[in-house]
Design a protein around this ligand. Structure first.
Ligand code: PXP
Length: 237
């Protein structure tokens, strides 16, 4: 059965809007686990726009399922991963000016660098996943540099503007997943998945795990709104 890992970055985005203490991504992670999430994901970005170092260190001590750290392949993050020891490190491309991760990592274009970087992570006892487009060349390169997992980038699929385009992009993901599995890689996927576009993935054993953040946090805000307002109304009246 496919597993869900929940990305709690955007709980921290709301907190950082006021630079305060709430909502706490650590509490959100615990609630996600109670609801059945099999893993918690955070992306510690270079600019620390949402998750902070402190969140990551606390999550390492509190997460009871698995902690997946998304990060750029930089020396700073290598040191952080070696210290915190998440259960999985997912390497993603990161640009300071982007709103969110744009596209997969170009593994084929930086094979030597990533081979060395992945080796260092493995020497620190870590398991590595690479966030890549479902392109056989990138998947072959991911295997070549020593990754155990790939996370297929579903962002283009999620942004498809017609059924035909969505089906074509889904078929590419399916072919990518099959190719990755034939190489012995484990396969997860994520980015832009929501309560509608996830349906095409149901019953497809090629995808072991899903990494979903924004749509879950967005829904949590709305399904929790009525209760939150009622509680305040009761306090005021
Ligand atoms: N996977 C990766 C590699 C990501 O960078 C992100 C966004 O942080 C996600 C999954 C989750 O994407 P979303 O928030 O759109 O569900």
């Amino acid at each position: 059965m496919a597993k869900l890992e929940v990305n709690v970055d955007h709980v921290a985005t709301v907190r950082q809007a006021r630079l305060g203490r709430e909502p706490d991504p650590v509490t959100a992670a615990a609630l996600a686990e109670l609801a059945g999430a099999e893993g918690i994901i955070v992306h510690l970005r270079e600019d620390r726009r949402h998750i902070q170092d402190r969140d990551l260190r606390i999550l390492r001590r509190t997460v009871q399922t698995r902690l997946n750290l998304e990060m750029a392949a930089t020396p700073e993050m290598l040191a952080m991963a070696a210290e915190v020891k998440p259960d999985l490190v997912t390497l993603v491309p990161e640009k300071r000016e982007e709103l969110t991760t744009e596209g997969g990592l170009d593994v084929a274009g930086q094979k030597e660098f990533l081979q060395d970087y992945v080796r260092r992570l493995k020497e620190a006892g870590l398991t590595v996943s690479l966030f890549v487009d479902p392109d056989p060349r990138q998947l072959d390169a991911a295997k070549g540099v020593g990754a155990a997992w790939v996370e297929l980038h579903t962002g283009d699929y999620a942004e498809a503007t017609s059924e035909a385009e969505a089906q074509r992009l889904f078929d590419q993901l399916l072919d990518g997943a099959r190719h990755a599995r034939s190489l012995g890689l484990r396969v997860k996927c994520g980015h832009g998945l929501n309560y509608t576009n996830i349906k095409r993935f149901r019953g497809r054993p090629e995808f072991e795990e899903f990494s979903i953040g924004h749509s879950i946090i967005s829904r949590a805000v709305l399904v929790g709104m009525e209760r939150a307002v009622r509680e305040m109304v009761a306090l005021i009246s």
